[in-house]
Design a protein around this ligand. Structure first.
Ligand code: THU
Length: 160
């Protein structure tokens, strides 16, 4: 029997320790919570994606009375980016959440389905996607999507 331990590296920042690209992206994600449609959860999420051509694409969570038909902010933004710019890789994504009249103090982390979608884009362009998770007390920086989804199912798992 052997054991294997997989570690995830998380760098913890204060806002003013980030570079200007990162600060801009977080501010865009924070602005996006205003566009969330979340009447069922009251949990407004914003995502902002910096593409390698310098464009920023944003998204917010969009809920539905048929609950599973809704979509998280990260996937709204990522699918929009990939459909509008199918040949452009993604440099980074920032995510922020707002509920009960304030941004969350702790960073919000993407759900499993969003992690899978981030991973697909990372693998598709063979380029790490930096992930910035905003909280008012601290910001997590994760260097790529694989860190968030170890032991992942991916294209090569299909043995195509
Ligand atoms: N949500 C996101 O948009 N992103 C996340 O990372 C976590 C959850 C949304 C889905 C749903 O509209 C609401 O937040 C509550 O789960």
């Amino acid at each position: 029997m052997q054991n294997k331990t997989i570690e995830t590296k998380i760098s913890i920042y204060k806002f003013n320790e980030l570079n200007s690209d990162q600060q801009v992206l977080i501010n865009k994600a924070k602005e996006q919570v205003l566009n969330a449609y979340a009447p069922y959860s009251g949990f407004d999420v914003g995502a902002a994606i910096l593409l390698d051509n310098g464009e920023i694409v944003t998204g917010s969570n969009q809920e539905n009375s048929a609950y599973p038909s809704g979509l998280c902010a990260e996937r709204v933004a990522m699918f929009y980016a990939n459909s509008q710019y199918p040949n452009v890789s993604v440099k980074s994504i920032a995510i922020a959440a707002y509920t009960n009249g304030k941004f969350l103090p702790e960073p919000i982390t993407p759900c499993g389905s969003c992690r899978q979608v981030l991973l697909e884009t990372e693998m598709r362009f063979k380029k790490n996607i930096e992930i910035l998770l905003y909280g008012t007390k601290k910001i997590f920086k994760i260097e790529n999507a694989v860190q968030l989804l170890p032991l992942c199912f991916e294209k090569k798992s299909l043995q195509m």
